[in-house]
Design a protein around this ligand. Structure first.
Ligand code: ADP
Ligand code: ZN
Ligand code: ZN
Length: 826
């Protein structure tokens, strides 16, 4: 009987528009399923890890299908629902399926191209090998490592998938990447009584016998009895390392009293839940009830609660409900807001149910979480213990975990721009993607913020989302008092010291002398943004990017914040030769230094990208500040996120104008959010805090709104502006960036591309024009904006755009031009 031939459409981890169809070897046809990882040949000689999207019997029409090389696991690494989600992301964000795959899978699961094999490190003793397998094993013994081509030479056969799979199953070989990246589970040694001695009489007898002869053994046994609570209701496992003195352990193991066993443990120490949730205040209770009601009616609800109103406590109730129902919870937070503070709080409430997934964690940790989430089983008793990692706290990439039965997504600080991925494609917004994903699971979504995005607040005020407000801080502490210092006046009266007004300096001095802490906010790192010739105005710019270099004092260097290039400080102007070069503008580094000069003797620390490169450094700074070791913390927007410090009584905003003057249609919204959030760090307990805003425009409408903590006025003003000017959320934007090293080629290509777009889309197409930074890393850039009015079919327009990009790429003259799409740019 003729055997059927099966084909698989595979998502390949390469930025190409389509899936590729591969032939499934007959030997494997029974064992492959959707969502499984496979090694596939791609291009001339590359091998990649791909994911099977679907299986069918239709050969591809334009090419001869290659064979799948091998299967990597026995079961899928994602559920079918993830494949649907990936498809949506690719479609919505005009991205390629391979881009989404790359964003989704941790690299520990992506065995990369040019796979090589080595002998298995702990070879099995007796294994029956076929002739070819034997040859390969022999070759490995002499050469150590073989590439796919070398294996082909050894076996004399081109297709060695079956052989590799079989040899991997027999644990004779493994892939090099598996060794390097192989997920090595951590184990821990634990000690327990053997069954015969889990009996009071036997133990008593033994202790009597040993008493005189072996006091060390007696001590150890007593220690074990105490720690394990043997045979009691509170019996628990004992780790070898927690025992007082293990010198007698070998003797007791030999006697068959104790045994040592290994247990796999996660890298996140399972902490037992140790705290009950706080009792909600009346206001919080009311908000909780309201939110519960609105979530019955609507999938998404916005919790608009002022800073420190207890939003986290309210989320906690919903988390508990969801976990009790045996479902999973995703708690999304902005990139750098993953603080020990939040973690410790949630660990106390939910113990081992909590996992953290973050790009700063290493691959092994990520793979471990991935697999635990993949194999989630929802069974649990109300109140816990819950399945491990049934709740994940994470930044945007945790959306892509292999969720199985998601019940709730919380998006804390939903307004935060770091939810949007800038590079590489897919340039997705985690909040928007999460709302779609929730619909796949019929899960609920809570958006929380003290300063919601204009988009979300509009959706809520128009009834698309539920809306619940919490207008009071927990404990009734008033929101901080805001004092605006008019810098124009201070400069004129020559009262400024460096970038500090006398009011701010006096405020800091006073706060510190009262034993309180101060936060100074400046949204620029480095010492000073730019060096400028006093005479002709020349500024050093990056040779690869058309942008001014930033001076970093500690390294006494100029650094490009776009490409990271550094250069030495020039001694004189490169244009006129004059030596009067002056630093203009100011960053966090300079503030730190000036403060040292004007208020000597303070303990000052700085928190920005430069001082928090490692996760540890960030945690340490937060801890030192909490412990009162730091009196003044100077920082970029990093300090606006999710931190809850008890003793901060003053917040200084060094340069409000720098925030307001940013050339972006969201500048006012952002400035309000940043100022209100950083102000929210002041006076979170008992005492009312103070905020000093320094500005040359003290009457700016946004500053006035901050002064009154008036979100609603800001929202109304901003929305009417956006409607008037045709910006989101009134319209939708798609930004297309074209890049090329040669300016003339780029100009020709981008003009042609804009024409192609204008054909169907007409006046919706704006540009091409240079973006703010016209050249980055030697690539010139041109931007085309597509503005889609309310009522037009966004998905239809996206389809058109996708087709036009393909057509544009078919022209050989344009092929080297890079095209980047950004839907809903941020
Ligand atoms: P938000 O998330 O709105 O900024 P948090 O949930 O962090 O607010 O609460 C701010 C502070 O007030 C936290 O330290 C929290 O422990 C405390 N808090 C909030 N609600 C309560 C409550 N009901 N009982 C006791 N403390 C509370
Ligand atoms: Zn540069
Ligand atoms: Zn000059």
């Amino acid at each position: 009987m003729e055997r059927k031939t099966f084909f698989a459409d595979v998502i390949v981890p390469v930025s190409v528009p389509n899936l590729y169809t591969y032939r499934i070897p007959h030997e494997l046809s029974g064992s492959v399923t959707e969502g499984q990882r496979v090694i596939i040949p791609f291009g001339k000689s590359k091998l990649y890890t791909g994911i099977i999207r679907r299986i069918h019997e239709t050969p591809p029409s334009h090419y001869t299908a290659k064979y799948i090389e091998t299967i990597l696991d026995d079961h899928p690494v994602v559920h079918p629902v993830q494949l649907l989600f990936w498809e949506w992301v690719a479609n919505y964000y005009i991205a390629h399926p391979g881009d989404v795959l790359n964003a989704a899978l941790p690299s520990g699961l992506k065995l990369s191209s040019e796979t090589k094999v080595v002998l298995f490190p702990e070879p099995a003793t007796e294994t029956l090998l076929t002739d070819s397998e034997f040859l390969v094993a022999e070759a490995l013994r002499s050469k150590g490592e073989l590439s796919m081509q070398e294996i082909a030479a050894v076996t004399g056969s081109k297709s060695n998938y079956a052989l590799i799979r079989s040899m991997r199953e027999k644990k004779v070989i493994c892939l090099v990447e598996e060794i390097k990246d192989r997920f090595k589970a951590k184990t821990e040694s634990r000690v327990r009584f053997r069954d015969e001695f889990r009996n009071e009489n036997r133990l008593g007898e033994l202790l009597n016998n040993l008493e005189k002869k072996a006091p060390k053994q007696v001590d150890l046994l007593l220690d074990m009895i105490r720690r394990s609570g043997i045979s009691s209701a509170q019996e628990r496992e004992v780790t070898r390392s927690e025992l007082n003195d293990i010198s007698a352990l070998p003797a007791l193991v030999k006697k068959g009293v104790l045994e040592v066993y290994e247990v796999e443990v996660g890298r996140f120490r399972p902490t037992r839940a140790s705290d009950k949730e706080k009792t909600l205040s009346d206001k919080q209770c009311a908000a909780f009830e309201e939110l519960s009601q609105s979530l019955l009616r609507q999938r998404v609800s916005l919790l608009h609660g002022v800073t420190s109103s207890g939003k986290t406590e309210i989320y906690t109730r919903f988390i508990r409900e969801t976990l009790d129902a045996g479902k999973q919870v995703l708690y999304l937070i902005p990139e750098i807001a993953i603080t020990t503070q939040l973690l410790e709080r949630l660990l106390k409430y939910f113990g081992e149910a909590v996992g953290v997934y973050h790009s700063r964690f290493n691959e092994n940790e990520r793979v471990e979480i991935w697999n635990t989430v993949l194999h989630f089983t929802g069974k649990c008793a109300p109140g816990g213990p819950y399945a491990p990692f049934s709740m994940i706290i994470g930044a945007r990439s945790s959306l892509f975990l292999p969720w199985k039965d998601l019940g709730l997504i919380i998006i804390d600080e939903e307004h935060d721009a770091s939810f949007k991925q800038q590079d590489p494609s897919p340039r997705y917004h985690a909040r928007d993607a999460a709302i779609f994903m929730a619909s796949l699971f019929d899960a609920k979504v809570i958006l929380g913020s003290a300063t919601p995005s204009i988009e979300s607040y509009r959706n809520a005020s128009e009834g698309k989302y539920g809306l619940v407000s919490l207008e009071e801080r927990h404990g009734g502490t008033a929101l901080p008092h805001i004092h605006v210092v008019d810098l124009k006046k201070e400069w004129k009266e020559k009262t400024m010291k460096g970038h500090f007004s006398p009011q701010l300096l006096e405020g800091i001095r006073l706060a510190v002398s009262n034993g309180e802490q101060v936060i100074l906010f400046q949204n620029r790192r480095g010492f000073a943004p730019v060096l400028e010739c006093q005479w002709c105005g020349w500024r050093p710019v990056c040779t690869q990017c058309d942008v001014s270099m930033v001076y970093h004092k500690t390294s006494h260097q100029l650094r490009c914040h776009y490409c990271g290039a550094t250069s030495a400080m020039p001694a004189s102007c490169h244009a006129c030769g004059d030596t009067h070069l002056k630093l203009k503008g100011f960053g966090t580094e300079q503030i730190e230094e000036e403060l040292n000069l004007y208020l000597p003797g303070l303990c000052i620390s700085r928190m920005d990208l430069d001082t928090t490169r490692s996760r540890q450094a960030h945690f340490q700074l937060v801890k030192d500040f909490e412990d009162g070791k730091i009196q003044v913390l100077v920082g970029t927007q990093m300090i606006t996120k999710g931190l809850d410090f008890e003793h901060v009584s003053l917040v200084g905003i060094m340069d409000a104008d720098g925030l307001l003057g940013f050339p972006d249609f969201r500048a006012h919204e952002r400035a309000f959010q940043l100022m209100e959030q950083v102000a929210g760090r002041a006076g979170r307990r008992l005492q009312r805090g103070n905020v000093i805003i320094q500005s040359r425009n003290p009457d700016h409408p946004v500053i006035r709104c901050v002064t009154k903590h008036d979100y609603l006025s800001m929202f109304r003003e901003e929305l009417s502006q956006r409607i008037q000017l045709g910006f989101p959320p009134e319209t939708r934007l798609i930004e297309i960036l074209l890049l090329h090293r040669d300016l003339a080629t780029l100009e020709g290509a981008s003009a042609a591309f804009a024409e192609m777009l204008r054909e169907p889309l007409g006046k919706r197409v704006l540009g091409p024009e240079f973006p703010i930074i016209p050249r980055v890393r030697n690539y010139y850039r041109k931007k085309i904006l597509i503005r889609i009015e309310t009522g037009a079919s966004v998905s239809e327009i996206k389809n058109r755009v996708r087709k036009i990009i393909l057509r544009f790429r078919e022209d050989p003259a344009y092929r080297p031009v890079q095209v980047q799409t950004d839907v809903d740019p941020y």
